[in-house]
Design a protein around this ligand. Structure first.
Ligand code: SAH
Length: 214
């Protein structure tokens, strides 16, 4: 499937609507405008690729809503060449957006089918993150510390190991709550090692589940 003029036109409209909904960082909007979301959608929902909603993908998971992707990416405040850990590869869409922001991405997924699909899709598009099939609760100690950590599934609490793997001066964005809804938390690790938490609205994610699945 290619990226046609029609797709590009629909995408531009979606980006304009995200700006109207309050996304201010033009680097984030530009990055999202470069990623053909339709290439990450389940075939049954292709016509909705540029609708600002989450949609089902394989294994009962979802591709995040574009507004949520924009919001989390904006809150993360990445700087070029930083090392970013993404927990919950899912479709790979958010991974592509992070790569378009000019950072190095390590992405981890607990469901094998999604890990394989997202890897194939991103590689076919020329994207080169590090792909890991495993439990995001554990993070990736071999590559820590990370300047930024982005969790794209709803956690019951902040996983201790992720906090340990966050660099001093780093930022972690993680939705925390229960299966009915989560608060978006920004966690900043300050120079003296102190941790500052702030809340940034309510969202609804599929749950962050402990342990690797088949
Ligand atoms: N960023 C994705 C969002 C996918 S939904 C996208 O844009 O499509 C969240 C994903 O997190 C799901 O694929 C789910 O399987 C994964 N996930 C949940 N718990 C996890 C864990 N402990 N480790 C790694 N991935 C996890």
């Amino acid at each position: 499937m290619k990226d046609s003029y029609r797709h590009k036109g629909l995408r531009q409209k979606l980006i304009d609507s995200l700006r109207e909904k309050g996304i201010r960082d033009e680097n984030v909007l530009d990055a999202m405008n470069r990623v053909p979301r339709h290439l990450f959608m389940d075939s049954g929902f292709l016509n909705h690729s540029y609708t600002d909603k989450a949609f089902p993908i394989a294994s009962g998971q979802t591709i995040s809503q574009p507004y949520t992707v924009a919001f989390q990416t904006e809150l993360l405040e990445t700087e070029k060449h930083q090392k970013v850990l993404e927990v919950g590869t899912g479709s790979g869409y958010q991974t592509a957006v992070l790569l378009e922001m000019g950072v190095r991405v390590f992405t981890i997924e607990r469901i094998r089918e999604l890990y394989l699909q997202a890897r194939d899709q991103l590689q076919s598009m020329g994207y080169k993150p590090g792909f890991y099939y495993g439990d995001g609760y554990e993070g990736l100690p071999a590559f820590a510390p990370f300047d930024r950590i982005l969790v794209t599934a709803g956690a019951g609490k902040v996983p201790e190991k992720l906090l340990e793997q966050l660099a001093v001066g780093g930022r972690m964005v993680i939705p925390v709550g229960d299966r009915f809804g989560q608060k978006m938390l920004l966690i900043e690790k300050e120079k003296d090692g102190k941790v500052k938490k702030s809340e940034h609205g309510h969202f609804s994610f599929v749950p962050l589940v402990q342990g690797k699945s088949k």
